[in-house]
Design a binder for this molecule. Structure first.
Ligand SMILES: [Zn+2]
Ligand SMILES: [Zn+2]
Length: 243
């Protein structure tokens, strides 16, 4: 049986649905979104804070830094995301993250690559580093989406993957209900860089699934910078709106 036949058969037993509206999809659909929902995906665009990537209302001439970054300069150089965590984008990322559907790795990686290509163009990076899950959380979930995305990105861009640059040394309660300052406190000291030689002098691309307040990636970047990294840029698949 050829690949199409296998796809058709698997579709018979596991009908493919749009992750947002639930409409039944053609078995060749690789995005898990119907055409209508795919058109509604909100990709991140300028104008943005040149540091944290926060969308800005005004289009002032020249690069602008948001009030937050002026008050608390982040440890990373820049943070950018592929799409907003809203509408079909939220459904896609949420289903990927919480239902551990490995088949969504493909569409999520394609969106992440498009975002990274647009914002960074992949030049000047020495290593790709995923934001690590605590081993206990990885076990509970059976799935580490940031590690999968970082590995896929490394394969496609040929920037070497460095999985052991960061480890999570403290188990943190879920941050979903915490405010920005509480998140910063909650995450402080949660990571360590056990092998500084792996990051010393290197420009790193830190990969995570969702940027909410930036507390997690900021703590990771601070840890990597303390270990001697030259610069850390952050790339996430999605970015929360109205935080
Ligand atoms: Zn749909
Ligand atoms: Zn900012």
């Amino acid at each position: 049986m050829n690949l199409n036949g296998i796809l058709w058969l698997s579709h018979l037993f596991f009908p493919r649905e749009c992750v947002h509206c639930g409409v039944l999809l053609d078995y060749r659909n690789r995005d898990y979104l119907c055409d209508g929902c795919r058109d509604l995906l909100e990709t991140v665009a300028e104008p943005l804070c040149k540091r944290c990537g926060e969308p800005l209302e005004i289009t002032a001439p020249g690069p602008v830094i948001c009030p937050d970054c002026r008050k608390h300069p982040p440890a990373f150089r820049r943070a950018r995301s592929a799409l907003y965590f809203s509408g079909p984008g939220e459904s896609l990322v949420r289903t990927y993250k919480y239902s551990a559907h490995p088949y969504l790795s493909g569409p999520c990686l394609r969106l992440l690559l498009a975002g990274g290509e647009n914002w960074y163009g992949w030049k000047g990076y020495d290593r790709v580093v995923p934001v690590p899950l605590h081993p206990r959380k990885a076990r509970e979930r059976g799935f580490d989406q940031s590690a999968i995305l970082a590995a896929g990105l490394s394969r496609k861009t040929r920037i070497p993957l460095e999985k052991r640059a960061l480890v999570r040394v403290r188990y943190t309660a879920t941050q979903t209900r915490l405010k920005r300052t509480e998140r910063r406190e909650n995450i402080r000291g949660a990571f360590s860089a056990p092998a500084p030689a792996r990051v010393r002098g290197a420009t790193l691309l830190l990969v995570d699934d969702v940027y909410t307040t930036g507390a997690t990636v900021n703590e990771c970047a601070a840890t990597l910078m303390k270990a001697g990294a030259k610069d850390v840029d952050v790339l996430t698949l999605a970015r929360a709106v109205n935080r």
